[in-house]
Every structure is written in structure tokens, then in C-alpha cells.
Design a protein around this ligand. Sequence first.
Ligand code: PEP
Ligand code: CO
Length: 463
Amino acid sequence: MCDDCKKRDGARSPFAYTACMNWTPDSWRAFEALQQPTWPAMAELEGVEKKLNTLPPLVFAGETRDLRRRLAKVAAGEAFLLQAGDCAESFDSFTADQIRDKLRVILQMAVVLTYSSGVPAVKVGRIAGQFAKPRSKPTETVDGMELPSFLGHMVNDLPFSEGERRPNADRLLQAYHQSASTLNLLRAFTKGGFADLHRVQAWNQEFVGNSNSGQRYEKLAAEITRALRFMEAAGVSSNHPEIHEADFFTSHEALILQYEEALTRKDSLTGDWYDCSAHMVWIGERTRQLDGAHVEFFRGIKNPVGCKVGPTATAEDVVGLCEALDPEREAGRLTLITRMGHDKVAEGLPPILKAVKESGHQVVWACDPMHGNTYTADTGHKTRNFEHVVGEVAGFFAAHREAGTNPGGIHVELTGDNVTECVGGEAAVVETADLSKRYETMCDPRLNASQGIELAFRVAELL
Ligand code: PEP
Ligand code: CO
């Protein structure tokens, strides 16, 4: 902590630290970081940090600036943000097919949203870096044995044994390398023909095609194909990069700050610092303390950043976050991802919208209808009800209409696989009794591909 901060700390302003000008990639170390693993060997961790610091960046500063400009459009109501992907990526199920299928459902949802809203969808994956998880309890006890909770594959492993639950710094390197291969494949898929709109009909997977939403999607895709054919017949070339390629960005919760710091690089063009682990990073609901290490780290990086806002956040907390994270009041810099719960959104969201609107920050408002709606089913599975998910999005839209602010996007956990983790959805109904059939998540329950597409149609109706 610098001398200025120490002086200001005496005054106990909530922004005593965050207002300090002396930011460096490691200045977060003087603040309390919640939800961190207890690393058994600090020397090992330091060795890994040094190694990471020499490795190439995963994304470029210019790409993150491009995303920031697109998010500014979202803030202005001229685009819609679709942020989606795994709750936690896995080192074990890491295949080209899974990456392709996740990308494909996001592309399908984007097509549905764009077609209905008439504005572009900004596609951001929870992918290529989403390996660390905050947990409600730091330890877990089974049959009298207490071990560290599973914190994501970047830190430890899921099986309940001492060896697998022990944090292992080498996993940070493995997370980096898996992110690099994932990103490589995503770039190939999105720029190399797979995402060409002429193939919009081929994106439907077989198990989705049989569902209601899959059939609705097929109709819409056929209309797009006909429109492209018509344009070509009328002499208007559809030979634009926008038709042949998709823009796709990566994001994750930047929880493990040693990893993020090691990938933070100074942009040679502007002299600014960028966290080059992903295009966008966000702060989780459990680590958004104004005087905490995560806010300190985030305020100095120039990427577009997000912050989760849950039902316990006060309007004052959120305005404080805006001041700390968006001091230059740049449209698109800060995305506030609200996750109130379907039963709390009507009461909880309006005072926050009003306060932020009055503060003058041009934030992107996104709705995460997943994390406030988790419950344990009779079968013991952690699940979410599709109607609660839609209900929170509907409450989010209603609150924004009322406040005169922009409902800018959604943030969801999904997979391209035919899993049974969330109940409901008219298309491929998952009943509570089905949960055990294909419950594959390592952490939170995700929407399957047909539930994801159905959600896109339901959101499109609200738009
Ligand atoms: C998450 O997005 O996976 C998450 C843990 O969310 P939150 O921080 O909102 O609880
Ligand atoms: Co989650």
C-alpha cells in the first residue's frame, strides 16, 4: 500500500484505496483477496507465475478495444450482449467436438436474437479460461474428513481425496495451455467457414432438431437461407466478412489473481495495461468488495470488465463499483451482471438501476438468470428451473423499461451437449426424475442446447 493510501485509509472513505493513482499489476497484493486457495508451497506458485509471465498473451489489446466499442453499442441499445458457456471448464472433457458444440449453440442463440431484435448480438463465451470457482464454503466434510472445496481445475480436482483436493500451482500452467488451444480452435471455427451464415441450417444438432425450439430454429434458419439466396439473385453480394465469419470473444471470472497478474501486459501502442488472459474478465459476486484485491486489480486493467451484482448489493455499493471500475466514464468499459433471483428481481433491481442512471455511468446491463435461481432438488441434485430463468429475464426487462435504462444482454451457463441438469423447458422437458440421467457438470447446472435455443426465443419475445 502506498503512503497516499495509508493517509487516506485514516479517513476511512470507502474509496480510500481504489482512488489511489499508484496502480501496478501487483498492487492488489496489499489488499485482502477472498476466495483464494491455500497454496501448500508458495515457492512453487512463484515459479509458475514467473513462467506464465514469459508466455505469449492469449489475446491482444486491440481485440479487447474492439470488444469495448461493441459493448458501448450495447450500452446505447444498438446491440445485444450474449455471454454464455460453461460454469466451469474441465481439464478432463476437453475435445474439439465439445468446443464446437458449445460454439454452435451460442451462434444459434445469436441468430435467433439478431433476427428478432434487428440489432447485432455481441458474442462472448465463458470459455478459454473459465477454470476457477468461488465456493460457498472453503472446505467440504465427508464422513468426518474435511478437505478443501473444489475450486476449479485451475486449482485442484473434484474427487474427494487429499491428493486431488490439494491446490497445485502447475494447474495454472495447464489452464493457460488449454485456454490457448481452445482459443486457437475458436478462432479457426469462427473465421474458417464453420460460422458462415450460409451454414446456418447445418448448426442444429440432431437431438435439438427433434425439439420444439429446434424446429422453430429450423424455420428461422430456412428464412435466412432464402434471404441470402434472394440477395444473391438480386445482384447484392453476400460475400461480406460479416456473413462468412463470426466475431467471438472470450471471458472468465478472474478469480486467481496471480494468474491474471502474470498475463497482464503493457500494450506497446498505448502504454496501457491489459489482462491478456481473455478479452473480458469479470469479478464474482463473492469478491466484489470495494476495498478488496479484485477491485484493486480490475481498476487498472483496460479490458472491458464485468462485475456480478447480487441481491445483497446496495445501490451505494454498485455506484461505488462504477466509480472504482469506470472512473473515466467510458461507455462499454463496465458490464454490471445482475443476478437477483426470479423472486427478488422486481424489488432488488429498480433502486440499483435508478442510482447508476443518476450517477451518469454508461454501463452495460446484463442479466445472469442462473446464479440467483439455484436450488437442490429432491433427488439431491443442484438444479435450476427453466421457468425461473425466464422469469428473472422477464423481471429484468420489466425493471429496465420502468427505469428507462437499457436491458443490454444475458449471461448464461450452458453446454452444447444433451445434458439433464436444469429442469423444465417446453422443448426437451427435463423432469426432476431425469436429473440423474446425464448430470455432467463439475459445478453449477447448465442449460442444454435445446433449452439454450428456447431461452433465446423467449428473450427475443421480450425484446
Ligand atoms: C459464476 O458466474 O459462475 C458465479 C460463481 O457467479 P456469481 O459470482 O454471480 O455467484
Ligand atoms: Co456457475
